[in-house]
Design a protein around this ligand. Sequence first.
Ligand SMILES: [Zn+2]
Length: 193
Amino acid sequence: MKIVQYPHPSLRHKAKDLTAIDDTLRHHAREMLELMYEHKGLGLAAPQVALPYRLLVMNFAGDPEKKEQECIAINPVIIERKGGMVESSEGCLSFPGLYQNVRRHKTVIVRAYDLDGKLYEMTASDLPARIWQHEVDHLDGVLYIDKMGIVGKMSARGALKEFEDIYHKAQERGEIAANEEIERMLKELEEKA
Ligand SMILES: [Zn+2]
């Protein structure tokens, strides 16, 4: 398992609801957590590791020692957004090094299943709320570059072009599969959800 970078098609692919919690899923969640910590992230969504499933892992402190800050979400839904909008700098493990301001709701109420299949509800504000919104967006193929303001979008343009060039060169060298092949693999994985 590895983190895919923009413009990998998995990042734009709408993820599918999970219908069962089994050992494979538990294994995926554990591997995702390890990857997230390795790359010093606060959250990671399954589409970022080319799995088209509605699964997120997060640690609101970004600290592997703080297990109480760790959160796994299966089929998460934001059921309420409130408290107005707050603008703050945001990054993404699929866009290493690119930080821009993004406006997010200050508070969200979310509902998700944990790895034991238990439904839980959580009210999150500020940074945890930002992480939830960023990660749930990933499940719908929505990226933080879509939510940047005009100035942010303009200053991100060079970096995005660079990500695209690197990606296409890797594809030409055969290090990354062709987009049609990736789409076919995603469909195959979806059927296992
Ligand atoms: Zn992200």
